[in-house]
Design a binder for this molecule. Structure first.
Ligand code: GAF
Length: 389
């Protein structure tokens, strides 16, 4: 949901609630967006990824109803109002996309045997839309937290993340992995998360002191993202099947040198990206733990090249943006495209002293293919989803 300047999502959700429903909200929940530092498309290959939650949130103001009707106000989408019965939540035909995430969470949580009653919900946020920062996962996690608070139960963050992934897969029509929901559910202030997408173990690692997290929105809308995303998934599955393993996570050096050459050339390049980017995550964790921003930057550069040449999910304007930012940072840090690809954001980790220089270079030298300037967000690594009040 996009922001209106000067007001926080919390204020807008609370005020919207009052306007739409005529009473004060009783509960407030929030969930952050995320940026992935390294490890792209590795999640559905059961490899490693390294995201951090960021200080851009979706907030839900909520109160219970005494029947089974859920009324939802989308403060940032023209104050649209959605309405459905808990028992009919699974029927998303005819619902706008934003409401499907809410219906999906209700349907999935209810199917797990959790009590879900009627509710009034008002949603506001400041997560840039369509920029690949997981506004949808933050919506799912904030709604999940609101439903937990209203109905008097709790769900472990990992279980909430899996519920969000299912809501998205089944009801919102996106075959995403679990990266986005895990990041939003389990974020830790000041930390990146080394996420093992097979075991779902999460290791928080502090970002090195003095490191700026720059999220640079290219303003290139992520065209073809669904079809290309699904195609990449199929190619990865074909690679795993061709190598006789459950997932690309299981490919070690010996297997790769013995059998990698048997794969179709394109499928081989896709697999090479996944295997190498998952390893880069592990190396990144080691470098980050010792505060080595230079090595982290080197790994980020390699990751970008791997996405560009092997996985082919970058576009020329994003390559140019990442390269320009990298020019400014030199070998003191790194820049790479982040997220599913075909547009969206560049993530840069750089010494804080270089932030202004990055801003000027981007303002001076970058325009999207349709002539738009990039937007530079200086973010803080944030804590995960929860109830505010
Ligand atoms: C999107 C998906 F939703 C994630 O699951 C992940 O695959 C990511 O693209 C790429 O790393 O955000």
């Amino acid at each position: 949901m996009t922001s209106t300047p000067q007001t926080t999502p919390r204020e807008r959700a609370a005020r919207g609630f009052l306007r739409a429903f005529g009473t004060e909200a009783q509960r407030l929940s929030r969930a952050p967006a995320r940026v992935n530092l390294i490890g792209e498309h590795t999640d559905y290959n059961e490899g490693f990824a390294m995201p951090c939650a960021i200080d851009r949130d979706t907030v839900v103001a909520a109160a219970p109803r005494d029947d089974d009707v859920v009324e939802v106000l989308a403060c940032d989408i023209g104050e649209s109002l959605g309405r459905f019965r808990v028992g009919d939540a699974a029927d998303v035909s005819g619902s706008p996309q934003w409401l499907r995430y809410v219906q999906g969470m209700v349907a999935v949580l209810k199917a797990q045997g959790l009590a879900v009653g009627g509710a009034q919900l008002a949603i506001a946020g400041n997560v840039p839309q369509g920029a690949g920062l997981s506004s949808s996962a933050s919506l799912e996690m904030a709604v999940g937290q609101a439903l937990a608070a209203l109905n008097g139960w709790q769900l472990a963050p990992k279980a909430m993340a899996l519920a969000g992934q299912k809501a998205e897969n089944v009801y919102a029509g996106c075959q995403c992995g679990v990266l986005d929901q895990m990041s939003s559910a389990l974020g830790v202030d000041g930390h990146a998360l080394l996420l093992d997408c097979r075991s779902l173990d999460v290791q928080p690692i502090p970002l090195p002191e003095g490191t700026a997290v720059l999220v640079i929105d290219s303003k290139i809308q992520r065209g073809l993202v669904d079809s290309e995303y699904n195609l990449r998934r199929q190619q990865c599955e074909a690679a795993a099947a061709g190598l006789g393993v459950k997932a690309l996570r299981d490919v070690d050096d010996a297997l790769w040198s013995r059998r990698g050459g048997e794969l179709d050339l394109v499928v081989r390049r896709r697999a090479r990206h996944i295997i190498s980017d998952s390893r880069r995550c592990e190396l990144m964790a080691v470098a980050m733990a010792r505060g080595d921003l230079r090595e982290m930057g080197r790994l980020m550069r390699e990751s970008h090249w791997s996405m560009r040449d092997d996985f082919e999910i970058t576009v020329p304007a994003i390559d140019a943006l990442a390269a320009r930012v990298q020019d400014v940072i030199g070998d003191a840090g790194g820049a790479r495209m982040t997220g599913g690809g075909f547009g969206g954001c560049v993530i840069a980790l750089a010494p804080v002293g270089l932030v202004d220089e990055v801003r000027s270079a981007v303002a001076m030298d970058y325009r999207s293919p349709d002539g738009r300037e990039a937007e530079v967000h200086v973010c803080a690594a944030s804590g995960g989803a929860g109830v505010l009040a």
